[in-house]
Design a protein around this ligand. Sequence first.
Ligand SMILES: Nc1nc2c(ncn2[C@@H]2O[C@H](COP(=O)(O)OP(=O)(O)OP(=O)(O)O)[C@@H](O)[C@H]2O)c(=O)[nH]1
Ligand SMILES: [Mg+2]
Length: 392
Amino acid sequence: MLSIALAGKPNAGKSTFYKAATMADVDVGNYPFTTIDANRGVSHVRTDCPCLDREERCGDDNCHDGKRYVPVELIDVAGLVPGAHEGRGLGNQFLDELTNADVILNVVDASGGTDEEGEPVEVGEHDPVEDVHFVEEEMDLWLASIVSRNWESVERQSRSPDFDLDEALVDMLTGVGATELDVARTLRDLDYPDDPIAWTDDHREALAREIRRRTKPIVVVANKADIAPEGNVERLREAAERVVPATADGELALRKAAEAGVVGYDPGDPDFEIVGDLSDQQREGLERIREVMAEYGGTGVQQSMDTAVYDLLDHITAYPVQNDTKWTDGQGNVLPDAFLLPRSSTPKDLAYAVHSDIGDGYIHAVDARKGMRISDEEELEEGSVIKIVSDN
Ligand SMILES: Nc1nc2c(ncn2[C@@H]2O[C@H](COP(=O)(O)OP(=O)(O)OP(=O)(O)O)[C@@H](O)[C@H]2O)c(=O)[nH]1
Ligand SMILES: [Mg+2]
């Protein structure tokens, strides 16, 4: 499953985001280091279900009237403070939790109501733009320390006649999610000595920064947008490439209210509807959330996960079926499974995502939308519905 990690300084709202996105019961508190051990759970990205192109909606648990929710792993880790790569705060232990993550959501307190260590201060007192950069910096330096720690071994390997730097680096960096392609592309863009013994700390750091950028890309979540002073969200938007304003607290309130049956709301909707009895105070609270949603197009929780997976990682959703006319599995369930794959994936990649046996036995594939066999090289698209013919 694709893995999204919530990182950022303490007290920014990571656990609140996690709680809203997974509806798991975790601790939230207005002080630093509420979370110590990482929380791991299942959340979803949202997309249009292919059933929208059919007469009937599919009735799958993960499809709400054509809004399709595709499972992803969400990890909520301890807060990060400047110097974490050297062990400050909860330090390295937490950074290691990020090794499995495919993409990072840097949750920033856009209200400026917490200092760089996560201690509460007056709203507006701290500049949240600083929190964008230090998280990137800590992750880069953490990776650089992994590269440095392992460099002696690379030097040793380099004495062997069939030494290959690419291979040695792939060995070292697969643990943090780097592929052969990541390493090859990174080395192509870097200027470095052929002999690893001639590498300096600067070379290793440059390598680490580039590998981090490729393997742990970051979306900034400008959280607490509901109480952010004027201009803060705008300045955050200018400070990073991908910034999603959010109110994790608002999303949590809405999901609870939806669960209680008092509002109609599906995660990622730009608005909600009050459908049950509420006290004046509850109603007021919800109306304040509505104002923030109107300004930003939603609470931002669903939107940040969607941005991470569909925009930044550039993934698509593909739907394997057994019956290419009814779009069902063997039990008659309509569109039962959805897989997230990198864009340019082929039918065979989908077969392997379903099961390695199906991949090994792959014969050909049928595009169920067109009712036609497709070439093995055809690139799948967002919403592809595919029947895989396999002899396994
Ligand atoms: N106003 C406002 N407050 C929020 C929002 N999200 C979280 N908070 C509050 O921010 C404080 C910190 O929230 P947590 O979710 O515990 O923060 P965290 O980043 O997990 O903190 P650590 O575990 O200590 O690193 C709590 O008091 C939350 O209620 C939001 O969108 N708006
Ligand atoms: Mg927490």
